[in-house]
Design a protein around this ligand. Structure first.
Ligand SMILES: [Zn+2]
Length: 61
């Protein structure tokens, strides 16, 4: 499972999302940025910043 925590990009934000692929994470984060952070224009480097902060969530079985 892939995990993105918004606080790694926007300090103080505790929103996070999980998905099984990075494209879905990016889509959700872009929605969140628009709705909760007032980012009306999502630049290419924003997508890169998001991707750079997606982590693999490992669970001890
Ligand atoms: Zn946020």
């Amino acid at each position: 499972m892939r995990l993105f925590e918004c606080g790694s990009l926007v300090p103080g934000c505790d929103w996070h999302t999980r998905a099984d692929n990075d494209a879905e994470i990016v889509r959700r984060v872009v929605d969140h940025m628009r709705q909760d952070h007032g980012e009306t224009a999502i630049r290419e480097n924003m997508v890169d910043n998001i991707k750079a902060r997606i982590v693999e969530e490992t669970k001890a079985a």
